[in-house]
Every structure is written in C-alpha cells, then in structure tokens.
Ligand binder design. Sequence first.
Ligand code: ADP
Length: 497
Amino acid sequence: HVMGVRMESRMRQDLFNQYERMSFSYFDRHNIGDLMSRVSNDLFDISEAAHHGPEWIIICSIEIIGSFVILALISWRLSLALALTTALLFAYSLVANKRLADLFRDNRKKISQVNSQLEDSLAGARVVKSFASEDVESEKFARSNEAYLASKVRNYRGMGIFTATVSGFTGILYTVIVVYGGLLIADGQLTPVDLATYALYVSMFLSPIMTILDFTEMFQKAKAGFERFVEVLDTIPDVEDKPGAPALRMGAGRVRFEAVRFSYDGENDVIRGLDLSLEPGKTVALVGPSGGGKSTTCALLPRFYDVRSGSITIDGQDVRDVTQRSLREAIGMVQQDVYLFDGTIGENIAYGKPGATLDEIHAAARAANIAEFVEGLPHGYDTEVGERGTRLSGGQKQRIAIARVFLKNPPILILDEATSALDNESEHAVQEALAELASGRTTLVIAHRLSTIKDADEIVTIEDGRAVECGTHEELLALDGTYARYHRMQFEGVHTL
Ligand code: ADP
C-alpha cells in the first residue's frame, strides 16, 4: 500500500507539472473540472491496481502452478479436463473484460462531467445567486449526476454478469471433475480416495484463479484511468522553448510586431497582418472596437500563443527563440480581471517577486497607492484576501495587482485598463499608480476610455486585427478617421468602447 500511494503521489505531481507546462490554448480547450478529476479520481484506481497487481500475479502464479502440478500427479486425465475448462474461463474473461473496459471508460467520463458541472456552478455561485437560478443549477447538476449514476449501474450490472458467469464456470468445473472422475473410477483408472483428494485440491487451484479474475477487473478500471493520465502527459504544449534556447537579453526595450497573423482555431485569422512598433520607454495605447484583437495582440507578446506567421521581436530577438521564463520575467501585466490567490495581502503582493523582503513589499504597496489602505486594516499586510480576493473591492484588487508588478519591476509592461469598472476615486488612485508604473518602461495599453490615453506617446487603432491608424492624440484627431469618431462618441456621452 505504501508503494501504491507513493506511485499515486508521483503521478499526481507529474500530472500537475504537466498542467503547469501547458499553454493558454490548452486551458481554452479544457474544462477545469475535468482536469481536476484526472488528478483526484483517476489516479486512485491506478495505484490500487499497481500495487495489488504484481503482488497478486506473483503469488497466484506460484499457487496455480504448484497446485496444478500436485493435481496432475494425482490424475493427469482429470487435470487435462481441468485445464481445458480453465482455458475456456479465461477466454470468456478476455471477451467480457473488453466490454467492462468500455463501461469503466464511460464511467470516468461521467464522473469528470460531474466534477466539471460542480466546478462551473460553484465558481459561478455569485452569478447563480444574483439570478436566483439555484434550481436551474440544481437541475443541471442532477443531470450529470444521474448520468453518472446510470453509468455506475451499467458498470455494476456488467460486473454482476461477469461474476455470475465465472461462478457458473466453477460449478461446471466441479461437475466435470465429479462426472469424469466417476467414469474414471468405474473404469478402474482412479481410486475414490484420489478423486476425493483431487476435488479438495481443486479449490486450492481455483482460489488464485478467482483472485486473478478479480484483478483483471481492477486492471481494466485502472487502465481506463491510466489512458486519461497518459492522454495528458502525451500532449505536447503548443508553446515550448526551442532546444537550447537562450535567455532574453534585454536592451533598451524596443518591441516590434511585423506582419503578424494569428488565429485561435487555425482557420479564421483574428490578427491579420499587424505591424506595431514600441519605442523604448514609450507608451503605445491600443484602441478600437470590441473584438478587434487588442487583447489578442497583448497575449502574443509574452508568447501565451504563437503567431501563425510574421514575427514579434524584443530588442531584435524573436520571442519564439528565447526561453519563456526570461521572456515573461521581462514583461509585467496588469489585467482587467485580477486574480488574487488565497492568502494574505502581503503574500499576494510578494507574488511579483518570490522572496521579496517586507520593505520591498511595503515600497511596492506605496508606489501602487494601496499602502495607506492596507496599513489601516487591523491586520495590515497579514489580512486574508479570501478566495480570489473576494474580501477586497475591485479598485483594491487592481492596486494589489499593480503593486505586484512594481515589485517584479519588468522593463516591458502590458496594461489592460479596467478603470471603466471603477468608481471615480479608485479610478484616480489606479490611474495614478499605473502612470507611475509605466514611466520609463516600454508600455502597451489597451484603452477602454479615451480620456486616460491622451498622453500616450502613440495611439494605434486596431480594427479587424489590423492597425488602421497610428499617431498622437492630436494627429489622430486631425486625421478625422476612426479615432476621431470614437472621440466624438465619448463626448456625446458614450464612455466606453
Ligand atoms: P478586443 O480585445 O479588441 O476586444 P480580442 O483580442 O479579445 O478583442 O478578440 C479578438 C477576436 O478573437 C474576437 O473575435 C474573439 O471572439 C476572439 N477570441 C478572443 N479570445 C479567444 C479565445 N481564447 N479563443 C478563441 N477566440 C478568441
């Protein structure tokens, strides 16, 4: 058992490490509940089979061979009949096991659907409450739960039929021995004492066979789990370091997108020949209609996805030629949707730089305009944020995310402005922190409000995956194109794009 749990633990770690290696597109395609199910449910059966398997196979093989030799010494004719019937039993179990394997596989899928549904409903618990749709969720859960139940019932029915047929076979086996033994006695080829001894010994022969048959069932279960385990380990991450890739050598921080094309599905290009140039230390703001490709452009720079054609370079080095680690260490991101880990405010800020000292954390908090708030809390930096930061306001979370990036101190920044979701006061605090963060760094901003980007060194309008206009605020207004139209829209009361 200790060996089994050790194997399980190693496999769990392997699976987790593999998940960590996967790129964005993997998580776009897979459901978290399913990925969790592979770690939590599937591995248990594998470890059970893995440690019982060798033990049972060795012990049972010795018992089967040993008892068969003894039986053959008593009567080789009876043993021949015994061997034939046992061979039939094994042949049946091979066929039956194929069917069972399908049932077990289905079972794995169904429990993973239950977990996916659970994850989805619990993660969205706040939305569920706000729409008072507990019943709808309950019904959705009941559906996957019932599908799992039905699959389990089919499972047990299959196993029941298998066990009953195997029992039937052992009955037949005893009958064959008694009838054939009787005939042999009548023929004078066997003594009644030998037959009695033989019949008693047969149970010595049968019990390890039963154990092995039980094991094949356990093996099939494990196989179903193992297939799902291997499926993950066999997946090659879409984004990988080239063999022997060097680390990124940061220079001034010049970023270039050249004729970049990209599609999420391999067919429909979302970015269609984008050219973009970011000068060292300057801020470039991306504006444009929703769905135009601003976020996608930003996701390509840290190589969350690989471009389909064209190239993205930082100080002349293609992002695909350097290690992902060095690339991402050079880029700081503040996203709309801030993810805080369960833990304290201090720990969450320190995420930007593992091993940061308290002084560094406090300095980062001050720079991000959050120090005053945190220090006013009864527990200060040791305040728990709650799962995903539920105990903090949107603006506070944003500023913690900004503090993280201050601590990380990267030469390149990607900001996805979320200030439209904040109240005026938080917006001001966040804006100030962001401006401070961007100063002296090459910065790419996704702007949702035009008022915040007037001071950008360059504004680029992105439409349909292409840069259609670029220039300063004044230049673009003078051009009287898309940007000018957006600008007019804002002044007519439409505040976000
Ligand atoms: P913007 O940031 O300008 O609003 P996005 O870059 O988010 O635009 O989206 C560009 C297009 O790519 C949209 O049509 C969107 O539906 C699609 N898209 C965005 N993210 C994904 C994804 N993870 N998988 C597939 N399609 C996506």
